[in-house]
Design a protein around this ligand. Structure first.
Ligand SMILES: NC(=O)c1ccc[n+]([C@@H]2O[C@H](COP(=O)([O-])OP(=O)(O)OC[C@H]3O[C@@H](n4cnc5c(N)ncnc54)[C@H](O)[C@@H]3O)[C@@H](O)[C@H]2O)c1
Length: 267
């Protein structure tokens, strides 16, 4: 079990989508929230919304591509609070769909810098604080794309698979120190994520947005599941039920798995 002594949570990318939903979900349970985002207007808005309903929150500008931004975020949390309960590495972007050989190297670098190294920087900045207070919890937002490799999303799939591998490693490394880890692997759900595509080809933004709009669960539903997973120190969280089945199929019948994946909504 992780030991969470403080009801305080830091969330990167909390200005929109799942980050915003988790900020509200934790606040509703009485937690204080550090809303961190590269987008100042959106992040300030979320902190204001929480304070308007008598919750406790502050906004801190943070670009997860910058190590110093994450260190400053940690220092502000330590100054403002008695301790840090949970870090959620949520900030992420998606690539435009494209075949692997035609995806520019700059797009690989952008995806890995934000989706993977952003999480690494968050873990590296906050782990010493968790060790010093002898407890805490890290939540890394990966994706089902890290388990089920969707056609034409090689860089996104690879960035999220690496977040799962990183989380599995941390679970072993930090478990002995009373620090819990949860890795969240959602399938599609409706957020502003398609806006982070760079130079999408005609119709791509709409295709991904429409697939997201068909999701059976919302960012708010997933946020509530994250709160529960932290409470229970649950490691893998796959919020969409059908994805457990596909994960199991991948291990037991590659042939059937590939047939299903080739018909996935955005393939
Ligand atoms: N929406 C989905 O279908 C889906 C599915 C699986 C996983 N995810 C993951 O969920 C996480 C949240 O995404 P979302 O769907 O809520 O998207 P979103 O675009 O609505 O929110 C992402 C937030 O991250 C912020 N951000 C982007 N780059 C940043 C940076 N360099 N530093 C700090 N903040 C930055 C954005 O400003 C935005 O507020 C991402 O890691 C995403 O990969 C989303």
């Amino acid at each position: 079990m992780s030991s969470i002594a403080h009801q305080t949570v830091v969330i990167t990318g909390a200005g929109s989508g799942l980050g915003r939903a988790m900020a509200h979900a934790f606040s509703k349970q009485g937690w204080s929230v550090a809303v961190a985002d590269i987008n100042i207007e959106a992040g300030e808005q979320v902190a204001t919304e929480i304070k308007a309903v008598k919750g406790e929150a502050f906004f801190q500008h943070c670009d997860v591509r910058k190590e110093t931004d994450l260190q400053q975020l940690r220092d502000r949390c330590l100054n403002q609070w008695e301790g840090i309960g949970v870090l959620i590495n949520n900030a992420g972007v998606v690539s435009s769909m494209g075949s692997t050989e035609l995806t520019p190297m700059s797009e690989w670098e952008r995806l890995l810098d934000i989706n993977l190294l952003g999480v690494v920087r968050g873990c590296a900045a906050f782990t010493p604080a968790f060790k010093a207070q002898q407890g805490g919890h890290i939540v890394n937002i990966a994706s089902i794309a890290g388990i089920i490799s969707l056609d034409k999303f090689a860089n996104y799939n690879a960035s999220k698979a690496a977040v799962i591998a990183l989380s599995e490693t941390l679970r072993i490394e930090l478990g002995k120190k009373n620090i819990g880890v949860t890795v969240v692997c959602p399938s599609l759900f409706k957020t502003n994520l398609p806006d982070s595509m760079v130079n999408p080809r005609e119709g791509q933004h709409e295709k991904v947005s429409q697939a997201m709009a068909r999701s059976s669960i919302s960012a708010d539903d997933i946020a509530r599941k994250v709160v529960n997973a932290v409470r229970k120190n649950q490691f893998y969280l796959l919020p969409h039920r059908h994805t457990w089945l596909v994960w199991w199929l991948k291990r037991s019948s590659v042939w059937l798995y590939e047939r299903i994946i080739s018909r996935w909504p955005i393939s």
